[in-house]
Ligand binder design. Structure first.
Ligand code: GTQ
Ligand code: FE2
Length: 353
Protein backbone atom coordinates (compact mmCIF):
# COMPACT_ATOMS: atom_id res chain seq x y z
CA UNK A 1 0.00 0.00 0.00
CA UNK A 2 1.44 3.39 -1.00
CA UNK A 3 1.28 6.25 1.43
CA UNK A 4 -0.35 8.93 -0.75
CA UNK A 5 0.57 11.79 1.59
CA UNK A 6 4.20 10.79 1.65
CA UNK A 7 4.20 10.54 -2.14
CA UNK A 8 2.59 13.94 -2.55
CA UNK A 9 5.23 15.53 -0.35
CA UNK A 10 7.86 13.73 -2.40
CA UNK A 11 6.23 15.08 -5.62
CA UNK A 12 6.47 18.60 -4.25
CA UNK A 13 10.17 18.12 -3.53
CA UNK A 14 10.78 16.72 -7.00
CA UNK A 15 8.99 19.69 -8.57
CA UNK A 16 11.49 21.98 -6.86
CA UNK A 17 14.19 20.25 -8.88
CA UNK A 18 12.14 20.35 -12.13
CA UNK A 19 11.61 16.62 -11.89
CA UNK A 20 8.48 14.53 -11.79
CA UNK A 21 8.00 10.95 -10.68
CA UNK A 22 6.22 8.53 -12.99
CA UNK A 23 5.26 5.37 -11.16
CA UNK A 24 1.83 5.42 -9.54
CA UNK A 25 -0.90 4.60 -12.01
CA UNK A 26 -4.12 6.57 -11.61
CA UNK A 27 -3.23 8.36 -8.40
CA UNK A 28 -5.21 11.36 -9.62
CA UNK A 29 -7.71 11.86 -12.46
CA UNK A 30 -5.14 14.09 -14.14
CA UNK A 31 -2.66 11.20 -14.24
CA UNK A 32 -5.00 9.14 -16.37
CA UNK A 33 -5.04 11.65 -19.24
CA UNK A 34 -3.90 11.15 -21.99
CA UNK A 35 -3.40 7.43 -21.41
CA UNK A 36 -6.83 6.32 -22.55
CA UNK A 37 -7.88 3.96 -25.31
CA UNK A 38 -9.51 6.80 -27.25
CA UNK A 39 -7.90 10.18 -27.96
CA UNK A 40 -8.69 12.79 -25.35
CA UNK A 41 -9.31 16.33 -26.54
CA UNK A 42 -9.87 19.57 -24.68
CA UNK A 43 -11.57 21.12 -27.71
CA UNK A 44 -15.29 21.64 -27.06
CA UNK A 45 -18.12 21.49 -29.56
CA UNK A 46 -19.60 24.95 -29.93
CA UNK A 47 -21.99 26.87 -32.18
CA UNK A 48 -21.84 30.62 -32.86
CA UNK A 49 -25.09 32.17 -34.12
CA UNK A 50 -24.66 34.34 -37.20
CA UNK A 51 -27.01 36.93 -35.78
CA UNK A 52 -24.63 37.39 -32.81
CA UNK A 53 -21.45 37.47 -34.93
CA UNK A 54 -23.01 39.87 -37.42
CA UNK A 55 -24.39 42.25 -34.79
CA UNK A 56 -21.05 42.53 -33.01
CA UNK A 57 -19.09 42.90 -36.22
CA UNK A 58 -21.37 45.76 -37.25
CA UNK A 59 -20.80 47.38 -33.85
CA UNK A 60 -17.05 47.10 -34.41
CA UNK A 61 -17.59 48.72 -37.81
CA UNK A 62 -19.32 51.67 -36.15
CA UNK A 63 -16.68 51.99 -33.42
CA UNK A 64 -13.50 52.14 -35.46
CA UNK A 65 -12.10 52.65 -38.92
CA UNK A 66 -8.98 51.01 -40.33
CA UNK A 67 -6.77 54.06 -39.88
CA UNK A 68 -4.21 54.34 -37.08
CA UNK A 69 -3.75 51.27 -34.92
CA UNK A 70 -6.34 49.04 -36.57
CA UNK A 71 -4.90 46.68 -39.18
CA UNK A 72 -7.96 44.51 -39.60
CA UNK A 73 -11.49 44.30 -38.24
CA UNK A 74 -12.22 40.70 -37.37
CA UNK A 75 -14.03 38.74 -34.71
CA UNK A 76 -12.14 35.64 -33.67
CA UNK A 77 -14.11 32.49 -32.95
CA UNK A 78 -12.61 31.34 -29.66
CA UNK A 79 -13.21 27.79 -28.55
CA UNK A 80 -14.77 27.99 -25.05
CA UNK A 81 -12.11 25.55 -23.84
CA UNK A 82 -9.41 28.16 -24.56
CA UNK A 83 -11.16 31.25 -23.24
CA UNK A 84 -8.97 31.44 -20.10
CA UNK A 85 -5.59 30.97 -21.80
CA UNK A 86 -3.20 33.87 -22.48
CA UNK A 87 -3.94 35.85 -25.64
CA UNK A 88 -1.40 34.06 -27.79
CA UNK A 89 -2.80 30.61 -27.05
CA UNK A 90 -6.42 31.67 -26.79
CA UNK A 91 -6.75 32.54 -30.48
CA UNK A 92 -7.90 29.08 -31.47
CA UNK A 93 -11.15 27.67 -32.75
CA UNK A 94 -9.73 24.19 -32.43
CA UNK A 95 -6.27 23.27 -31.09
CA UNK A 96 -4.87 23.41 -34.65
CA UNK A 97 -6.87 25.89 -36.71
CA UNK A 98 -8.53 29.21 -36.34
CA UNK A 99 -11.51 30.96 -37.92
CA UNK A 100 -12.30 34.68 -37.82
CA UNK A 101 -15.00 36.78 -39.43
CA UNK A 102 -13.76 39.96 -41.12
CA UNK A 103 -15.64 43.13 -42.09
CA UNK A 104 -14.29 45.65 -44.59
CA UNK A 105 -16.32 48.77 -45.20
CA UNK A 106 -16.51 50.74 -48.45
CA UNK A 107 -13.50 53.03 -48.87
CA UNK A 108 -11.30 51.01 -46.55
CA UNK A 109 -7.85 49.58 -47.25
CA UNK A 110 -6.42 46.89 -44.98
CA UNK A 111 -2.65 47.27 -45.30
CA UNK A 112 -0.44 44.55 -46.77
CA UNK A 113 1.66 42.18 -44.71
CA UNK A 114 2.85 38.59 -44.82
CA UNK A 115 3.21 35.75 -42.35
CA UNK A 116 4.25 32.13 -42.34
CA UNK A 117 0.86 30.88 -41.21
CA UNK A 118 -1.36 30.08 -44.17
CA UNK A 119 -4.74 31.72 -44.64
CA UNK A 120 -7.84 31.59 -46.79
CA UNK A 121 -10.89 33.79 -47.29
CA UNK A 122 -14.37 32.40 -47.81
CA UNK A 123 -16.74 35.17 -48.83
CA UNK A 124 -20.05 35.27 -46.97
CA UNK A 125 -21.83 38.50 -47.92
CA UNK A 126 -21.26 41.56 -50.07
CA UNK A 127 -19.44 41.67 -53.38
CA UNK A 128 -16.95 43.80 -55.23
CA UNK A 129 -14.26 44.22 -52.59
CA UNK A 130 -10.90 42.69 -53.41
CA UNK A 131 -7.82 41.15 -51.88
CA UNK A 132 -4.36 41.61 -53.41
CA UNK A 133 -2.16 38.55 -52.85
CA UNK A 134 1.41 38.69 -54.19
CA UNK A 135 0.29 41.53 -56.42
CA UNK A 136 -2.64 39.56 -57.86
CA UNK A 137 -6.04 41.12 -57.47
CA UNK A 138 -8.95 38.85 -56.61
CA UNK A 139 -12.43 40.34 -56.64
CA UNK A 140 -14.53 38.81 -53.88
CA UNK A 141 -18.01 37.40 -54.41
CA UNK A 142 -20.13 35.27 -52.04
CA UNK A 143 -19.06 31.62 -52.02
CA UNK A 144 -15.57 32.29 -53.43
CA UNK A 145 -12.63 30.66 -51.67
CA UNK A 146 -9.37 32.56 -52.03
CA UNK A 147 -6.08 31.02 -50.92
CA UNK A 148 -3.43 33.10 -49.25
CA UNK A 149 -0.45 30.70 -48.97
CA UNK A 150 2.24 31.17 -46.28
CA UNK A 151 4.59 34.13 -46.83
CA UNK A 152 2.55 35.72 -49.61
CA UNK A 153 2.06 39.49 -49.24
CA UNK A 154 -1.60 40.43 -48.90
CA UNK A 155 -3.82 43.43 -48.33
CA UNK A 156 -7.53 44.01 -48.81
CA UNK A 157 -9.45 46.91 -50.37
CA UNK A 158 -13.05 47.88 -50.85
CA UNK A 159 -14.57 50.45 -53.16
CA UNK A 160 -17.93 48.68 -53.34
CA UNK A 161 -20.34 47.67 -50.55
CA UNK A 162 -19.69 46.36 -47.00
CA UNK A 163 -18.24 42.88 -47.22
CA UNK A 164 -17.92 40.04 -44.71
CA UNK A 165 -15.75 36.99 -45.14
CA UNK A 166 -14.34 34.13 -43.09
CA UNK A 167 -10.59 33.91 -42.48
CA UNK A 168 -9.20 30.42 -41.93
CA UNK A 169 -5.71 30.13 -40.48
CA UNK A 170 -3.33 27.42 -39.31
CA UNK A 171 -2.03 29.89 -36.71
CA UNK A 172 -2.64 27.62 -33.66
CA UNK A 173 -0.52 24.81 -35.08
CA UNK A 174 2.35 27.14 -35.98
CA UNK A 175 2.00 28.86 -32.63
CA UNK A 176 2.31 25.53 -30.81
CA UNK A 177 5.48 24.91 -32.83
CA UNK A 178 6.57 28.45 -31.79
CA UNK A 179 7.62 29.40 -35.30
CA UNK A 180 5.23 32.29 -36.07
CA UNK A 181 6.66 35.13 -38.17
CA UNK A 182 4.88 38.28 -39.40
CA UNK A 183 6.08 41.32 -41.38
CA UNK A 184 4.46 44.56 -42.54
CA UNK A 185 4.73 45.41 -46.25
CA UNK A 186 7.28 48.15 -46.80
CA UNK A 187 5.07 50.93 -48.16
CA UNK A 188 1.72 49.97 -46.61
CA UNK A 189 -0.23 48.50 -49.57
CA UNK A 190 1.26 46.18 -52.16
CA UNK A 191 0.46 47.43 -55.67
CA UNK A 192 -1.35 45.27 -58.22
CA UNK A 193 0.81 43.60 -60.88
CA UNK A 194 0.10 43.33 -64.59
CA UNK A 195 0.12 39.59 -65.16
CA UNK A 196 -1.69 37.11 -62.97
CA UNK A 197 -0.25 33.63 -62.40
CA UNK A 198 -3.49 32.38 -60.93
CA UNK A 199 -5.05 32.47 -64.42
CA UNK A 200 -3.19 29.20 -65.00
CA UNK A 201 -5.30 27.40 -62.39
CA UNK A 202 -8.68 28.56 -63.63
CA UNK A 203 -9.44 25.47 -65.75
CA UNK A 204 -8.29 23.06 -63.04
CA UNK A 205 -7.44 20.13 -65.32
CA UNK A 206 -4.14 21.52 -66.60
CA UNK A 207 -1.26 22.96 -64.60
CA UNK A 208 1.78 25.05 -65.46
CA UNK A 209 4.78 22.71 -65.68
CA UNK A 210 7.20 25.25 -64.20
CA UNK A 211 5.25 25.65 -60.94
CA UNK A 212 6.10 23.44 -57.97
CA UNK A 213 3.79 24.95 -55.39
CA UNK A 214 0.44 26.64 -55.82
CA UNK A 215 0.52 30.42 -55.49
CA UNK A 216 -2.48 32.51 -54.56
CA UNK A 217 -5.65 31.40 -56.29
CA UNK A 218 -9.43 31.64 -56.17
CA UNK A 219 -12.08 28.97 -56.49
CA UNK A 220 -15.09 30.85 -57.86
CA UNK A 221 -18.48 30.01 -56.37
CA UNK A 222 -19.97 29.60 -59.82
CA UNK A 223 -17.56 26.69 -60.55
CA UNK A 224 -17.96 25.12 -57.10
CA UNK A 225 -21.74 25.26 -57.26
CA UNK A 226 -21.85 23.85 -60.77
CA UNK A 227 -19.78 20.86 -59.57
CA UNK A 228 -22.05 20.31 -56.54
CA UNK A 229 -25.15 20.42 -58.74
CA UNK A 230 -23.55 18.08 -61.27
CA UNK A 231 -23.14 15.45 -58.53
CA UNK A 232 -26.58 15.99 -57.02
CA UNK A 233 -28.16 12.93 -58.63
CA UNK A 234 -25.40 10.56 -57.43
CA UNK A 235 -24.92 8.77 -54.15
CA UNK A 236 -22.56 11.16 -52.43
CA UNK A 237 -20.64 10.29 -49.26
CA UNK A 238 -22.64 8.35 -46.63
CA UNK A 239 -21.15 10.61 -43.95
CA UNK A 240 -21.16 13.98 -45.68
CA UNK A 241 -23.59 14.05 -48.58
CA UNK A 242 -22.35 15.63 -51.80
CA UNK A 243 -18.99 16.69 -50.38
CA UNK A 244 -16.03 18.23 -52.20
CA UNK A 245 -12.53 19.07 -51.12
CA UNK A 246 -10.89 22.13 -52.67
CA UNK A 247 -7.87 20.60 -54.38
CA UNK A 248 -4.42 22.11 -54.66
CA UNK A 249 -4.16 22.52 -58.46
CA UNK A 250 -0.40 21.97 -58.60
CA UNK A 251 0.01 18.68 -56.72
CA UNK A 252 -3.58 17.44 -56.60
CA UNK A 253 -3.36 17.20 -52.81
CA UNK A 254 -5.10 18.93 -49.94
CA UNK A 255 -5.94 22.63 -50.08
CA UNK A 256 -2.92 23.42 -47.84
CA UNK A 257 -0.26 21.10 -46.33
CA UNK A 258 -1.84 21.87 -42.96
CA UNK A 259 -5.52 22.48 -43.65
CA UNK A 260 -8.18 21.23 -45.96
CA UNK A 261 -11.22 23.23 -47.08
CA UNK A 262 -14.46 21.57 -48.08
CA UNK A 263 -17.94 22.32 -49.31
CA UNK A 264 -20.84 19.91 -48.94
CA UNK A 265 -24.41 19.91 -50.08
CA UNK A 266 -27.10 18.15 -48.09
CA UNK A 267 -29.98 17.63 -50.47
CA UNK A 268 -33.56 18.08 -49.32
CA UNK A 269 -34.30 15.40 -46.71
CA UNK A 270 -30.65 14.20 -46.53
CA UNK A 271 -29.52 12.72 -43.20
CA UNK A 272 -25.98 11.32 -43.07
CA UNK A 273 -24.62 8.35 -41.17
CA UNK A 274 -22.53 8.81 -38.05
CA UNK A 275 -18.74 8.54 -37.99
CA UNK A 276 -15.75 9.96 -36.17
CA UNK A 277 -12.13 10.79 -36.97
CA UNK A 278 -9.18 12.29 -35.18
CA UNK A 279 -9.21 15.44 -37.30
CA UNK A 280 -11.36 18.38 -36.13
CA UNK A 281 -13.65 20.48 -38.30
CA UNK A 282 -14.98 24.03 -38.21
CA UNK A 283 -18.20 24.47 -40.22
CA UNK A 284 -20.01 27.47 -41.63
CA UNK A 285 -23.59 27.13 -42.85
CA UNK A 286 -23.49 28.89 -46.20
CA UNK A 287 -27.04 28.06 -47.26
CA UNK A 288 -30.10 26.49 -45.67
CA UNK A 289 -30.54 25.08 -42.18
CA UNK A 290 -30.07 21.76 -40.46
CA UNK A 291 -28.96 19.82 -37.43
CA UNK A 292 -25.57 18.32 -36.62
CA UNK A 293 -25.60 15.76 -33.83
CA UNK A 294 -22.28 15.76 -31.95
CA UNK A 295 -21.84 12.99 -29.36
CA UNK A 296 -25.60 12.76 -29.00
CA UNK A 297 -26.20 16.50 -28.61
CA UNK A 298 -28.16 18.40 -31.26
CA UNK A 299 -26.64 21.56 -32.72
CA UNK A 300 -29.24 23.35 -34.83
CA UNK A 301 -27.77 25.64 -37.43
CA UNK A 302 -29.12 28.13 -39.90
CA UNK A 303 -27.52 30.26 -42.56
CA UNK A 304 -24.34 31.95 -41.33
CA UNK A 305 -23.86 29.95 -38.12
CA UNK A 306 -20.41 28.51 -37.42
CA UNK A 307 -19.72 25.42 -35.32
CA UNK A 308 -16.94 23.08 -34.22
CA UNK A 309 -16.89 19.30 -34.34
CA UNK A 310 -13.98 18.24 -32.11
CA UNK A 311 -11.82 15.27 -32.97
CA UNK A 312 -13.10 11.78 -32.19
CA UNK A 313 -16.66 12.94 -31.51
CA UNK A 314 -19.43 10.99 -33.23
CA UNK A 315 -21.30 13.24 -35.63
CA UNK A 316 -23.90 13.26 -38.39
CA UNK A 317 -25.67 15.98 -40.36
CA UNK A 318 -29.30 16.50 -41.29
CA UNK A 319 -30.86 18.99 -43.67
CA UNK A 320 -33.85 20.59 -41.95
CA UNK A 321 -35.69 21.07 -45.23
CA UNK A 322 -37.37 18.29 -47.18
CA UNK A 323 -36.96 20.07 -50.52
CA UNK A 324 -34.34 22.82 -50.42
CA UNK A 325 -30.59 22.17 -50.27
CA UNK A 326 -28.34 23.08 -47.35
CA UNK A 327 -24.67 23.87 -47.97
CA UNK A 328 -21.86 23.69 -45.41
CA UNK A 329 -18.42 25.18 -45.94
CA UNK A 330 -15.75 23.69 -43.67
CA UNK A 331 -12.08 23.57 -42.77
CA UNK A 332 -10.24 20.73 -41.05
CA UNK A 333 -6.75 19.70 -39.95
CA UNK A 334 -6.72 16.28 -41.61
CA UNK A 335 -3.64 17.06 -43.81
CA UNK A 336 -1.46 17.53 -40.71
CA UNK A 337 -2.62 14.24 -39.25
CA UNK A 338 -2.07 12.42 -42.52
CA UNK A 339 1.38 13.94 -42.97
CA UNK A 340 2.31 12.57 -39.56
CA UNK A 341 0.66 9.20 -40.32
CA UNK A 342 -1.75 9.75 -37.44
CA UNK A 343 -5.07 10.01 -39.24
CA UNK A 344 -7.76 7.58 -38.05
CA UNK A 345 -11.47 7.30 -38.71
CA UNK A 346 -14.29 4.97 -37.71
CA UNK A 347 -17.84 4.49 -39.00
CA UNK A 348 -20.63 4.46 -36.41
CA UNK A 349 -23.31 1.80 -36.22
CA UNK A 350 -25.56 1.91 -39.26
CA UNK A 351 -28.50 4.21 -38.92
CA UNK A 352 -27.16 5.82 -35.76
CA UNK A 353 -27.97 9.51 -35.62
O1 GTQ B 1 -6.69 39.59 -43.19
O2 GTQ B 1 -4.55 39.31 -43.25
O3 GTQ B 1 -8.31 36.94 -39.40
O4 GTQ B 1 -3.37 38.41 -41.07
C1 GTQ B 1 -6.00 36.99 -39.03
C2 GTQ B 1 -4.73 37.37 -39.46
C3 GTQ B 1 -6.95 38.01 -40.97
C4 GTQ B 1 -5.63 39.14 -42.71
C5 GTQ B 1 -7.09 37.31 -39.79
C6 GTQ B 1 -4.60 38.05 -40.67
C7 GTQ B 1 -5.72 38.39 -41.42
FE1 FE2 C 1 -2.78 38.36 -42.91
Amino acid sequence: MVDKQLLQAFDAELAQENLEGHWVRGLTEEDKVPYTKDPHTFVLPHLWKWEVIHRHLRRAGEMHGLEGMAERRTLRLINPAFQKLDSRRRRSTTHTVHMSVQLLKPGELASSHRHNFGAFRFIVEGRGAYTVVEGEKFVMEPGDLILNPPMTWHGHGNDAEPIIWLDGLDYPLLNSLQVITWEPYPGDFQPVKESFKSAAYRVGMARPVWETAAGPLAYKWEDTYRTLKGLEGGEGSPFDGVALEYVNPVDGGHTFPTMSCGIQMLRGGDATQTHRHNSSTVYHAFRGSGVTVIDGKRYEWEKGDCFVVPLWSWHSHQNRSKNGEAILFSMNDRPMLEALKLYREEPGEMGRL
